[in-house]
Write a protein that binds this ligand. Structure first.
Ligand code: FAD
Ligand code: A2P
Length: 398
């Protein structure tokens, strides 16, 4: 009896190592899974240099919402679930959330005014031809020593902090400038950023006043160090879709973001780098005071030759051409001339419209769009907010 009890106990004890083994195996399995999960969710460290700066700046356009089919809400808790379409407010909220999510990987504020990046000027040259009015320069900065790396996408801006102090002895505040290069930069190496800057000059009490930052930028020389902040801005991002149509309305330096878009679409080496095979229509309306003030004209002519099916270029040269009323020819006059074709494009939900440059052009553009829409039996004051909500109407004026 005693012997058989001892045998049972001994048998039981003999199971202990087996149980420990099983327990150890289970613990190891769960630990491994936990480590894998933690690794997968660990925030990514910012790389100093971006080998391939083809950051997925996902579309400015929201995911298309099929209100009738996909977006429905549950209206009953009963076992039979009934659904009904969401109302406009609910759809808008979803669109906003989806746009925020889509733009989440667009870089912003890598450098702020307290700790700006000191970039070196690579080049600074005039974009104007003889006989032009004023000063407009193309300026490129080296970003390769930035750490964290100052990367950006087309349609964003950077801040420039001019050297020196204001009238109160305080450092000058930063000014924003639209980026005129693609994320790969003018040299396609992904380590520079370019701007298109007009020197501000105006008369006051018989004296010519030079704008602080624009004059500083037009005067800087290769090798100079410049304090840079940013990048900022998500208003002017390009949609991701290769078959999107892009209508661009620019006055003067408002061409800056458009130059980046057009390089992304049509510049051979840039296309190799970005593997974005643009198949839509790009239509640029460009306003300049004189022919000699047209910016990046040779490049634009080349794109017209290389991509006649995809690129259209309409100029309004205010001081050389006249509108139908005998006044200066502005881009809004050109918009009116092309009302039918333009609104056929706008009715296509793949079309985005970008407005950049002088703030003063906004009322004129609005008026022209109102008339142009009327000719198509449309109401611009109703249509514009809809385009805006759909992420298809992009404005950056200054
Ligand atoms: P300041 O010395 O700051 O002088 C400007 C001030 O002078 C004005 O605020 C006003 O008080 C006064 N002033 C101006 N005109 C007159 C006048 N006619 N009469 C009396 N007073 C006057 N600029 C570009 O060149 N290229 C760009 O790509 C570009 N992109 C921009 C993008 C964004 C998002 C924004 C907001 C602005 C952009 N700008 C761009 C404008 C730029 O930021 C500066 O505002 C511009 O260069 C003038 O700055 P400044 O320091 O030279 O002038
Ligand atoms: P203008 O100056 O002849 O009146 P830039 O920045 O190189 O001066 O170019 C800006 C262009 O925009 C110029 O042709 C200018 O014409 C034009 N422009 C000025 N005011 C408006 C406006 N309210 N709407 C549209 N274009 C304008």
């Amino acid at each position: 009896m005693v012997y058989s009890q001892a045998k049972v106990i001994a048998g039981g004890l003999a199971h202990i190592p087996i149980l420990i083994g099983i327990f150890y195996f289970i613990m190891t399995f769960f630990n491994k899974r936990a480590i894998e999960y933690a690794e997968a969710n660990k925030p990514k460290k910012v790389e100093k240099k971006v080998e391939n700066p083809e950051i997925k700046a996902k579309s400015a356009a929201p995911t298309k919402i099929e209100a009738k089919v996909v977006v429905q809400k549950k209206v009953s808790d009963s076992s039979e679930i009934k659904t009904e379409p969401l109302n406009n407010k609910e759809i808008n909220n979803i669109e906003k959330k989806s746009m925020k999510k889509k733009h989440a990987d667009v870089p912003v504020n890598i450098y702020r005014p307290k700790t700006p990046y000191e970039g070196t000027v690579i080049e600074n040259y005039s974009l104007l031809k003889e006989g032009a009015i004023g000063r407009v320069n193309h300026i490129t900065f080296d970003l390769k020593d930035s750490d964290p790396f100052l990367n950006y996408v087309e349609g964003q801006s950077i801040g420039i902090m001019p050297a020196g102090e204001d009238a109160n002895g305080k450092p000058h505040k930063l000014r924003l400038y639209s980026i005129a290069s693609t994320r790969h930069g003018d040299n396609f190496e992904g380590n520079t950023v370019s701007l298109c800057v007009r020197q501000l000059q105006y008369e006051k009490d018989g004296e010519t006043i030079d704008g602080v930052c624009s004059t500083y930028l037009c005067d800087i020389k290769p090798g100079d160090k410049v304090k840079i902040t940013g990048p900022v801005g998500k208003e002017m991002l390009l949609p991701e879709e290769e078959d999107a149509n892009i209508v661009m309305l620019a006055t003067g330096t408002g061409i800056a973001p458009m130059r980046a878009y057009l390089r992304r679409m049509f510049e051979a080496t840039e296309k190799e780098k970005n593997s974005w095979n643009f198949k839509g229509k790009a239509w640029l309306f460009m306003g300049a005071p004189k022919s000699a003030n047209l910016l990046y004209e040779e490049d634009l002519q080349r794109y017209l030759t290389d991509y006649p099916e995809n690129f259209k270029y309409t100029k309004a040269i205010s001081r050389e051409q006249q509108n139908t009323k005998g006044g200066r020819m502005y881009i809004q006059d050109r918009v009116l001339e092309s009302a039918n074709e333009l609104f056929n494009m706008i009715e296509d939900e793949k079309t985005h419209i970008y407005l950049c440059g002088l703030k003063g052009m906004e009322p004129g553009i609005d008026e022209a769009m109102t008339k142009a829409a009327e000719e198509k039996g449309l109401n611009w004051s109703e249509l514009r907010p809809k385009l805006k909500k759909a992420g298809r109407w992009h404005v950056e004026t200054y």
